[in-house]
Design a protein around this ligand. Structure first.
Ligand SMILES: [Zn+2]
Length: 153
């Protein structure tokens, strides 16, 4: 049995929304586009490369709201610092409120990307990289799934 070195690092695989088990197959059917919420969230049922299941159990992605919230805060802090450096903030004018408006629009536009990234992070904490993914079979999650409740979260 030959174990292969991962083609992508952990973070590259997460940010590219790749299957955490083989780091090759794509998790999502479509790339994230602004205002395409439903289409952006359509996942491949199984990894197209190693057959890893993407929805491990009913409501598996329920907890991603915490991840996307954290990502939203991080992006807002980053954009505030960037605004402070480039535009500046003062109590004598409305520059802070302009940042507030600009940041809200930014968050709205990149929301599908944040949602995909949250799911990518989430599944990477439950499915580990398998160096022998070509010869090993993925773990079976069939008994924990319910197709009627799939994608309800
Ligand atoms: Zn895979």
């Amino acid at each position: 049995m030959t174990s292969e070195k991962a083609s992508r690092s952990y973070l590259t695989s997460v940010f590219n929304c790749r299957c955490p088990r083989c780091r090759e197959g794509k998790l999502f059917q479509y790339p994230a586009r602004p205002f395409r919420f439903k289409r952006s969230m359509q996942m491949n049922k199984n990894c197209t490369v190693c057959n890893q299941v993407t929805e491990l159990e009913v409501g598996f992605y329920y907890g991603t709201s915490f991840v996307s919230y954290t990502l939203g805060i991080l992006i807002s802090v980053f954009s505030l610092i960037l605004w402070f450096i480039t535009v500046g903030i003062s109590i004598n004018d409305n520059r802070f409120f302009y940042w507030l408006a600009a940041n809200s629009i930014l968050l709205l536009l990149i929301q599908p990307w944040i949602m995909q990234l949250s799911r990518s992070f989430w599944i990477s904490w439950f499915v580990k990289y398998d160096p022998n993914w070509k010869t090993n079979k993925p773990k079976d999650f069939l008994e924990r799934q319910n197709s009627e409740q799939a994608n309800n979260w």
